[in-house]
Design a protein around this ligand. Structure first.
Ligand SMILES: Nc1nc2c([nH]c(=O)n2[C@H]2C[C@H](O)[C@@H](COP(=O)(O)OP(=O)(O)OP(=O)(O)O)O2)c(=O)[nH]1
Ligand SMILES: [Mg+2]
Length: 132
């Protein structure tokens, strides 16, 4: 199976709150919460994909980000490579541009939301990190 390369953004508000979004019911891993992001296009740099996806989904401009962790995960129907970045600086106010519910949550609260299976190590990395 082809591996789908995905740029994923962990966005924090500088005050310990992290932005999560709910995936639509009808898509892959639908109904679960996620960190915003999406597929890297052929020939596109991952950071450019991150900025593009965050703009498309949330209408905010990423100004600075750093790599956090890369996760390769095989779902029964899809293989993904999640390229996860911490967004350190952005401009604008996030809005669910695609109608997706958004929520700002503390690191501790992340455990109360259902995420796709691949996200477990991401959540551990976020919790372990001092900022983001
Ligand atoms: N964005 C995101 N995707 C995740 C996470 N965890 C996880 O397993 N995935 C998977 C679900 C999908 O198979 C894939 C991301 O695809 P996507 O549906 O967000 O891609 P996209 O925004 O480009 O959407 P589309 O244009 O294809 O509709 O990665 C996560 O935390 N965030
Ligand atoms: Mg997406």
């Amino acid at each position: 199976m082809d591996v789908v390369h995905v740029a994923v953004a962990v966005i924090d508000d500088g005050d310990g709150q992290i932005l999560i979004a709910r995936r639509p019911d009808h898509v892959h891993q639908g109904g679960l919460w996620e960190f915003p992001g999406g597929k890297v296009e052929p020939g596109e740099a991952v950071f450019d994909a991150l900025k593009r996806e965050v703009w498309e989904e949330l209408a905010i401009r990423v100004e600075a980000a750093e790599p956090l962790i890369e996760i390769r995960h095989d779902y029964p129907d899809k293989c993904v490579l999640l390229d996860v970045w911490c967004v350190n600086r952005f401009t604008g106010v996030p809005s669910g541009n695609e109608g997706q519910p958004l929520c700002w949550v503390s690191k501790k609260q992340l455990a109360n939301y259902a995420f796709p299976e691949a996200n477990q190590p991401i959540i551990e990395a976020v919790v372990a990190k001092i900022s983001c």
